[in-house]
Write a protein that binds this ligand. Structure first.
Ligand code: KIV
Length: 276
């Protein structure tokens, strides 16, 4: 059995090989992701969209995130598990933010937390790292929890001023002690610039191939989420029609009396039956 991946391992991978990361929200998929040897598993707040059928990641809270994070950590033996701090769990009050980050570690068994950039992000990130000693992954570029303030779900950093701000955010997060940063939906050349400037790894989603690692939402990769597919997604499988076909076959066999068959039945001896 391989050993549990640590934050130190992730830092050391920069420049040696690309880092792999996927989301997972439950025991069966987390188990498969872990067995495939993916380095990091993100219990993302994309849970809201791809599992809970909500229209915004701002609609999940600590209770849902912890519930799913616990299922994931029960399954994982090797990957580093990152808990995604949900909207309003770290924006409102710095003390509460530290408490919420600690819940991901102590109650759910995560190894680190991820915070999306917002205006007081640096103060909160510093508190979580320094006071609670929790490894923090930053998240800049398109930050879905505050997408309305960024003009919607759009590529970020497309002009020099906006790109400069994102580069400064990355450098500030590194200085505070973040161990990695997600770059979401930024031009590939900006991701290349940031990746070259930082000693910590960048993990891209819609940020091109120059990042130190890549992350995707597992339901997008598996073709299990049909509502919309962002341009940056590659579907490595298309499971929805396979699942639909299996369910339809089951339905037909039940209706036609073909399922359960003799191999699925429990029997009783005739002499016992005769006593009834
Ligand atoms: O919640 C999530 O899945 C994420 C990834 C898109 C990075 O934050």
């Amino acid at each position: 059995m391989e050993e549990k991946i640590t934050v130190k391992d992730i830092l050391e991978l920069k420049g040696r090989r690309k880092i792999t990361m996927l989301t997972a929200y439950d025991y069966p998929l987390a188990s498969l992701v872990d067995k495939a040897g993916i380095d990091m598993i993100l219990v993302g707040d994309s849970l809201a969209n791809v599992v809970l059928g909500l229209d915004s990641t701002t609609k999940v809270g600590m209770a849902e995130m912890l519930h799913h994070a616990k299922a994931v950590t029960r399954a994982v033996k090797n990957a580093l598990v990152v808990g995604d701090m949900p909207y309003e769990s770290y924006q409102v009050n710095p003390e509460e933010s530290v408490k919420n980050a600690l819940r991901f570690i102590k109650e759910a068994g995560c190894d680190a937390v991820k915070l999306e950039w917002f205006d007081k992000c640096l103060e909160v990130t510093k508190k979580i790292i320094d006071e609670a000693g929790i490894p923090v992954m930053g998240h800049i570029g398109l930050t879905p929890q505050t997408a309305d303030k960024l003009g919607g779900f759009k590529v970020q950093g497309k002009d020099a001023d906006a790109a400069k701000r994102i580069i400064e955010q990355a450098q500030a997060l590194e200085k505070l002690g973040c161990f990695a940063i997600v770059l979401e939906c930024v031009p590939d050349k900006i991701a290349l610039l940031i990746t070259g400037k930082l000693k910590i790894p960048t993990i891209g989603i819609g940020a091109g191939p120059s990042c130190d690692g890549q992350v995707l939402v597992i339901h997008d990769l598996l073709g299990l989420f049909e509502r919309y597919t962002p341009k940056f997604v590659k579907k490595y499988a298309n499971l929805s029609p396979i699942i639909s076909k299996a369910i339809e076959e089951y339905k037909e066999e039940v209706i036609q009396g073909k399922f359960p068959g003799p191999e699925h039945i429990f029997t009783i001896k005739k002499e016992e039956l005769d006593k009834l």
